[in-house]
Design a protein around this ligand. Structure first.
Ligand SMILES: Cc1cc2nc3c(=O)[nH]c(=O)nc-3n(C[C@H](O)[C@H](O)[C@H](O)COP(=O)(O)OP(=O)(O)OC[C@H]3O[C@@H](n4cnc5c(N)ncnc54)[C@H](O)[C@@H]3O)c2cc1C
Length: 379
């Protein structure tokens, strides 16, 4: 394995680093899961877009730089290293966009991607329902054909919709064949949230921010062009989105490399802990973040050579979500009583606890690893 970067990759890194050094806000922005904080984050997203940094790996015609996957990883590393703001557009650009590139029509890509890159359309993920979380195939929201109007009428409820209250569009799964069971008869829809018959109701998370929404559909009409992929084949399309969510794009190693470095800085600022087993703990999570980086480099090598990660993206998800908790727990230990106050580490810790739940719970990921990678029996 050759771990050296090429001259052009180093030049790309230098350009990104220089731009970020002069543009990243010097003060942290307020939480992107509040209305005011979200708006501030959007200003930042638009600044990124104007300078060509919002979607580096996309083709130029859609607002990107045609950057390779390697360069995308480099950009992510530099982004976190610079302490740049959280990407509130992530559900669109990291989850939906790869699926649009794979399954979208040219018209869908031409219409939707440039607006997504520019943070004009803001996408949320409408999959979970009150009775369908881990058991996503239990979806009951339905879409009924309206031949006369040339489209579909959506009815039902989605929940846990991250930043749904602040977004403009939703991608979601609806049952189009009432007689079909489970994974069959579902269709993937792209829905503007201002469609008549759609009601969005934001609600608070454990930390008090309005990070979630419930979305209700009451005979909401969408045209045929709102279908992504084939009618009744939505499960297959959704699994492509899931691969991005669990695998490469949602949580790149740059995030954990930077957090682990911050943890080492925190340990250095608390020399009283130096004789403690805490140092071993800090060292361990620092090494684990490096290991995640190496794992990702191997994964990108596979992808570049045409081998899809498939079910192996469940391994990424297990690894990053558990690493994130260990990392934040170590920080809280180092901080002692101060760790119990409201500060970036304690907020990060609260959010890390959600890692084993969102993007499919870790129990479900272990089932996938057991059955699909290890070939163990289902029961
Ligand atoms: C921060 C956060 C953001 C989220 N954002 C979104 C979003 O934007 N859009 C969206 O659609 N959803 C979102 N979700 C919802 C998330 O996808 C669901 O919470 C998750 O899929 C689990 O579903 P559930 O909450 O219904 O729990 P359940 O499915 O009821 O699971 C409860 C428990 O039972 C376990 N369990 C269930 N089935 C099995 C099984 N077969 N084997 C072993 N254990 C099992 C689970 O692992 C879990 O521990 C978000 C969740 C969080 C925490």
């Amino acid at each position: 394995m050759d771990l050296t970067w090429s001259g052009s990759e180093e030049a790309f890194r230098a350009e990104a680093r220089e731009w970020l050094a002069t543009h990243v806000p010097t003060e942290p922005l307020p939480s992107g899961d509040t209305r005011a904080g979200f708006d501030r984050h959007l200003e930042w997203e638009r600044e990124l877009f104007a300078a060509g940094w919002s979607v580096v790996s996309w083709p130029k015609e859609y607002g990107g730089r045609d950057a390779s996957l390697w360069e995308w990883l480099i950009f992510e590393e530099e982004y976190y290293r610079a302490g740049a703001p959280q990407r509130v557009t992530q559900n669109g650009i990291f989850l939906l966009a790869p699926t649009l590139f794979e399954f979208g029509t040219k018209e869908q890509r031409d219409t939707l991607l440039p607006r997504m890159a520019a943070a004009q359309d803001l996408w949320c993920q409408g999959w979970s329902e009150p009775g369908a979380g881990s058991d996503l195939a239990g979806i009951r929201s339905r879409a009924e054909r309206d031949d006369e109007a040339g489209g579909w009428r959506l009815t039902g409820q989605k929940t846990w919709t991250t930043r749904g209250a602040f977004c403009t569009h939703l991608f979601g799964l609806f049952r189009t064949d009432a007689a079909a069971q489970r994974h069959r008869g579902l269709t993937y829809f792209l829905v503007p949230l201002d469609t008549p018959g759609v009601t969005v109701r934001g609600f608070e998370r454990l930390d008090g921010d309005e990070g979630f929404a419930e979305v209700f559909f009451d005979d909401a009409f969408v045209p045929d062009s709102a279908v992504l992929g084939e009618v009744d084949q939505g499960w297959q399309v959704a699994m492509a989105t899931t691969g991005s969510e669990r695998g490469l794009t949602l949580r790149s190693p740059g995030r954990f490399l930077r957090a682990a470095d911050r943890l080492v800085e925190l340990a250095a600022a608390h020399p009283e802990a130096a004789a403690d087993p805490l140092v071993d703990w800090v060292t361990e999570v620092w090494m684990q973040s490096q290991a995640y980086q190496l794992f990702t480099l191997a994964q990108v090598t596979d992808m570049v050579e045409g081998r899809s990660p498939g079910a192996r993206s469940s391994l990424n998800k297990l690894y990053w979500s558990e690493l994130d908790i260990r990392l934040h727990e170590a920080a809280l230990e180092l901080l002692g009583p101060q760790g119990q106050t409201d500060n970036p580490w304690s907020r990060g810790f609260l959010f890390s606890l959600a890692g084993p739940i969102y993007a499919g719970t870790n129990e479900i990921q272990r089932n996938i690893v057991a059955e699909r990678l290890l070939g163990l029996p289902r029961k």
